[in-house]
Design a protein around this ligand. Structure first.
Ligand code: PEP
Ligand code: MG
Length: 789
């Protein structure tokens, strides 16, 4: 692994003894207590400085503890003079060790976990580690999209039939009998994890080879099958950032923004250069802004607000005044602000730091006279280290078929944008992406997470066929999106859209939304210094309700707190804000703010189209308190009381859904929070993102209880959390008794077409089995088997 340093001191990543300190003081080797020898080497070609700019804090033979400073280097002085200050961390006696886990693609602090080594005891050969005696060990990487769920587990266990060797699998510190499908599933491994298989016995080698072959042939559905492709030269694995399949020639993304020289050519000249570059970028952003909607527009809004930010400009000017170049000054100013934003520890704020860095790159390119937007050939697949959101947004609609980057993950801004734009994309495909030549034919399979390089004619033909099939399915779904949605067995299921702003309504209607099942009103309240007044709120709600032209609109009251703090609303911010004052709790503590919002909603016409939904309900007393306020206001305004619903987002509200259904007119299940609180996994914790799956049987049981309670009380029950936007989950939700879904607009056509193919009896049977399943992975496998992919 390697560290891209953000400070000038290299610290010991573990306790050990300094066995070597290079004369040029640019590299240190530590021997850890388990015998691993770890070389930490600052930068590339830094030996050439002969120690200039480096200061050692240790001597050879010294014992160090984790976090002790090893050496300091002149980061600013060296950076412009070397190719890179990236610091490789290399296990030089690596044959005896295996990396069991490692951190990648993220910021780490001194003392944070970097990697875990496992001593293999004996010598190794490349790939397989052979230990004397009839024992074979090998690391295999999990290729299955949803980890080792039921079907891969069965396949792996079956692969060992006929062998006599004793075979086990190790991962995450757990050991499984490799002949047991259940044991494989209980390892809880996800795609990309490494599993060590150990076989002991006379046919150990053949048994491991059989497992390896099984790993190389993922049994995923909707697959262009090519078992040979897993480990060969012609395919790269990546993480699915935006689903879909694309076929086209490679087009290279221009490299990183040029590194600016540090020294400037005088204050007047550098200030003028910066002004010119900013004006250029501003004009480009404004042009794009005029023709963009939705999430892409939000990104451009952020960039436009930063380009003229007075603090950024002031900091940049201060650097210029100290003799630095415009580019250097701008980059420093942006980095300073981005670090400050990251330090806030709020994921929404940290996203803005990414926007800032994107903007910095645009200005640096403009300064270097290389400010053209990307202009790849039509139908190509972009490849490169990373794709910046501004680069994606700047492409003409439909220009690229997809993209695959060496870095980036499924939750990055550009991934969300790609998903919103319907562009198939893979991230984290590793450095080999950079070796693909311009024009190379590619198949981007962002269903399975594979980039096939220069595939043979048969693979290409299969991919093209899959693509055509996919497209025609999508066209048919779009064409039928506006018709009423009934199951194949005749039951009516309503499909609504989740909306965050007026701009989303057009998209929702185009995709066949029957109304709005969740209007998140937060957007009106966030990122401002005072709350919006009643008039402003009424105007906004009215414009959205009018745009829905008589269709129902569920307006959720302010869901502030937790990851959505408000500057003007001092909520207690404890250690654990997700368990603190948020949602309806925050509203009831600030009754005037709540009354103002309710007053604004009650003024909307026609009020019969509006329903009010309360977030983060725990018990019926909260519901009752808000109902009293609503009824009081209605009396004052002489209006009828609109329907009042409770969100089921906590285990308490699900388990008490019978009491809630007695006081609420409808229930709406927020599976994002319900999963977070049921599984005790923070929504913002990227480490747990792969495990935070609302298809977990425990979450499904709570949905089942809520739906049954609503039904018994004769109340409708909807799902408006992320699970409603997953077509794979549609059959399960229907089977659990849900009668309305509210999804992100773009998936509505696919969702409706999926619903039309279902029979209620089958859905109920599937749901029964899912409630008894062992894990979310097992539920997914059941849903896939039921044809839900
Ligand atoms: C949910 O929690 O599922 C939900 C819809 O609310 P939000 O995602 O806005 O918290
Ligand atoms: Mg929620």
């Amino acid at each position: 692994m390697a560290i891209d340093p953000t400070s000038a001191t290299l610290y010991a990543p573990c306790a050990g003894n300094v066995v070597a300190l290079q004369a040029a003081k640019h590299a240190v080797t530590l021997r850890a207590s388990n015998g691993a020898e770890i070389l930490l080497h600052v930068g590339v070609d830094t030996v050439a400085f002969g120690g200039e700019g480096f200061e050692a804090h240790v001597v050879q033979g010294q014992d160090v503890r984790v976090g002790d400073p090893l050496l300091t280097f002149d980061l600013d002085g060296l950076a412009p003079r070397v190719r890179s200050l990236i610091t490789p961390v290399i296990i030089i006696n690596g044959g005896g060790f295996a990396v069991v886990r490692r951190e990648q693609q993220r910021t780490v602090r001194v003392g944070d976990f970097l990697m875990e080594l496992q001593s293999l005891g004996e010598t190794a050969s490349s790939g397989a580690v052979v230990v004397p005696g009839p024992e074979i060990r090998k690391y295999l990487r999990v290729p299955y999209e949803h980890g080792i769920h039921a079907r891969p587990a069965a396949l792996l266990a079956a692969a060992l039939r006929g062998f006599s060797a004793d075979v086990s699998a190790l991962a995450h510190g757990r050991k499984a009998n490799a002949r047991s499908a259940v044991a494989w599933m209980e390892l809880g491994v996800q795609r990309g994890d490494e599993v060590m298989v150990i076989a002991i016995g006379p046919d150990a080698t053949a048994a491991v080879a059989a497992l390896e072959a099984a790993f190389a042939a993922p049994p995923a559905p909707r697959v262009i099958r090519d078992p040979a492709v897993q480990a060969d030269e012609r395919a790269l694995r990546g993480v699915v950032a935006s689903r879909g399949i694309a076929v086209g020639p490679a087009a290279l993304i221009a490299g990183e923004a040029p590194l600016p020289s540090e020294t400037g050519a005088g204050v007047a000249r550098e200030s003028a250069d910066l002004e010119r570059a900013r004006a250029f970028v501003r004009a480009q952003l404004e042009k794009l802004h005029a023709t963009t909607t939705g999430l892409a527009r939000e990104v451009l809004d952020a960039h436009l607000s930063f380009i003229d930010d007075p603090e950024l400009l002031q900091t940049a000017q201060a650097w210029i005044a100290r003799g630095k170049s415009a580019g250097y000054a701008w980059r420093e100013a942006v980095e300073e602000s981005a670090k400050a934003l990251n330090a806030v520890g709020d994921s929404r704020v940290a996203e803005r730091a990414d926007d800032l860095r994107d903007l910095a790159a645009q200005v640096l390119r403009a300064l270097a006279g290389d400010a053209a937007l990307l202009d790849p050939p039509a139908g190509s697949i972009l490849i490169g280290q990373e794709l910046l959101p501004s680069q994606l947004v700047g492409l003409p609609a439909g220009r690229i078929a997809g993209f695959c980057t060496a870095a980036g993950g499924p939750t990055s801004h550009v991934a969300l944008l790609a998903a919103a734009m319907g562009v198939p994309a893979l991230g984290a495909a590793g450095p080999r992406v950079m070796h693909i030549a311009e024009g190379t034919p590619l198949v981007l399979d962002a269903e399975q997470g594979l980039l096939r390089i220069a595939p043979d004619a048969a693979t290409l033909a299969a991919a093209e066929k899959a693509l055509v099939h996919d497209r025609s399915k999508r066209v048919a779904a779009r064409a039928a999106a506006h018709s009423e949605c009934r199951l194949a067995s005749g039951e009516r299921i309503q499909v609504f859209a989740n909306v965050g702003a007026l701009a989303d309504v057009r998209v929702a209607l185009e995709h066949g939304a029957e109304g709005c099942g969740l209007l998140r009103t937060e957007f009106l309240f966030l990122e401002r210094d005072t709350p919006p007044d009643v008039e402003q709120q009424t105007e906004t709600y009215q414009s959205i309700v009018s745009a829905f032209a008589g269709r129902p609109v569920v307006i959720r009251t302010l869901d502030a707190g937790s990851d959505k703090p408000l500057r003007y609303l001092p909520l207690p911010r404890g250690e654990n804000p997700a368990l603190g004052v948020r949602g309806v709790r925050a509203s009831l503590r600030n009754p005037e703010l709540l009354r103002e919002q309710l007053r604004a909603i009650l003024r909307v016409e026609p009020l019969t189209a509006c329903r009010i939904l309360l977030p983060m309900i725990t018990d019926d007393s909260e519901m009752q308190s808000v109902r009293e306020i609503v009824e009081d206001l209605c009396r004052q305004l002489g209006s009828a009381t609109p329907l009042l619903g409770a969100m089921i987002e906590t285990p308490a509200s699900a388990l008490g859904a019978d009491r809630l259904a007695a006081v609420a007119d409808f229930l709406s299940i927020g599976t994002n929070d319900l999963a977070q609180y049921t599984l005790a996994m923070d929504r913002g914790e990227s480490e747990l993102a792969a495990h935070l799956d609302a298809l977990h049987p425990a979450v499904l049981r709570l949905i089942s209880i809520s739906a049954a309670a609503a039904r018994a009380a004769g109340r409708p029950v909807a799902v408006c959390g992320g699970l409603a936007s997953d077509p794979l989950a549609a059959a399960l939700l229907v089977g659990l008794g849900v009668d309305e879904l509210s999804a992100v607009p773009s998936v509505i056509p696919e969702l409706k077409s999926r619903l039309r193919s279902l029979r209620l009896d089958d859905c109920r049977e599937l749901a029964e089995r899912a409630l008894e399943a062992a894990s979310a992975a097992a539920v997914r496998a059941l849903a896939v088997d039921a044809g839900g992919n």
